[in-house]
Design a protein around this ligand. Structure first.
Ligand code: IPM
Ligand code: MN
Length: 348
């Protein structure tokens, strides 16, 4: 029995997750496995009513599931940072989900904003470190609200954190078995401490993987190559902050936020899967948001929890429907959110 904790969250999160769960029911029947879902009411609405973001008991309860399926976090009436730090980042940190895995794949028939690029040119995976860097929230203010104000935000990297992330990326490159190329993306020419550590660890671990070719890009150059020559990439490993930025760029070249899925992973503990786009308040409740990213995240969840065949089938169905929609953008798909979910079920 696969036990999944479901957090619909904010905005369009619950709508896209609903379609994912519809697909789960269908694939479970087809592949003959049992799945049980438990909904958790978390997010902006709950915070506004109760003042609570993520109660400790809830966090403890979440640890007992096989996986967590998350819709979106972010509410227009809640000041920035409260839900992001209190819910999403707290889950990533406290569950030690040290990998943020974000595939960038252009499916056949999907519009790509890059001229002349085809599905065979855009197929790589970004491994984003998920527990360190500027995200740890170290730093502070002095002399706040004066002309002498000082603000610091610490970019933290540890040997432990970098090593486990880089090792995961090497293993994944081997497992993918495509170009067998792992590219480190950092900024060693400026961040001569934190990224020097990344560079040295990368070189050190590389000696254990003689079958994997390695490359290095500064992050600014990576943004250039992702647009100009995305076919260069197979697996990219990078820091939390840079990974946040380049995965949005990755989402755009694969057709937009409507299709971009990701996993927050601890290889041996409960992991969390989510569409990488936000809560899209503008589209909330309109049945217009694209649920394919959330359904793709469900596919990743299944693959991660030992249902590889089911996960691959879901991905194939998502790819098929993605290629058939008028557009992947909310409101322009040529059908509704629920119809997209139905079409994925049919494709299965
Ligand atoms: C993401 C999001 C989050 C991040 C925000 C909502 C905190 O942008 O998952 O990429 O910065 O990691
Ligand atoms: Mn982001």
């Amino acid at each position: 029995m696969l036990k999944i904790a479901v957090i619909g969250g904010d905005g369009t999160g619950p709508e896209v997750v609903r379609e994912g769960l519809k697909v789960l029911e269908r694939i479970a029947k087809l592949e003959k496995f049992k799945a049980q879902t438990t909904e958790f009411d978390l997010g902006g609405e709950k915070f506004l009513k109760t003042g609570e973001v993520l109660p400790d008991e809830t966090l403890e309860a979440l640890k007992k599931f096989d996986a967590i399926y998350l819709g979106a976090v972010g509410h227009p009436d809640v000041p920035p940072g409260i839900l992001e730090k209190g819910l999403l980042l707290r889950l990533r940190f406290e569950l030690d989900l040290y990998i943020n895995l974000r595939p960038v794949k252009l499916y056949p028939g999907v519009d790509c904003p890059l001229k002349d690029k085809k599905p065979e040119d855009i197929d790589f995976v970004i491994v984003r470190e998920n527990t360190e860097d500027l995200y740890v929230g170290m730093g502070g203010f002095a002399h706040k609200n004066t002309k002498q104000e000082v603000a610091t935000q610490v970019m933290l990297s540890t040997y432990f954190g970098v090593e486990r992330c880089v090792r995961y990326a090497f293993e994944l490159t081997r497992k993918r078995n495509r170009k067998k190329l792992l590219t480190l993306v950092a900024k060693t020419n400026v961040l001569t401490y934190a990224h020097d550590l990344w560079w040295r660890v990368f070189k050190e671990i590389a000696t254990e993987y003689p079958d994997i070719k390695t490359d290095y890009n500064h992050v600014d150059a990576c943004c250039m190559w992702m647009v100009k020559n995305p076919e260069f990439y197979d697996v990219v490993v990078t820091t939390n902050m840079f990974g946040d930025i380049i995965t949005d760029l990755g989402a755009m070249i694969q057709g937009g936020m409507g299709i971009a899925a990701g996993g927050n992973i601890h290889p041996s503990k409960v992991s969390m899967f989510e569409p990488i786009g936000g809560s899209a308040p503008k589209y909330t409740g309109k049945n217009q948001i694209n649920p394919l990213a959330a359904i793709g995240a469900l596919g990743m969840l299944l693959e991660h929890t030992g249902h590889e065949k089911a996960g691959r089938r879901v991905e194939k169905a998502v790819a098929k429907v993605a290629g058939e929609l008028e557009s992947l953008s909310a409101g322009k798909m040529g059908c509704t959110t629920t119809e997209v979910g139905d079409r994925v079920c049919e494709a299965l």
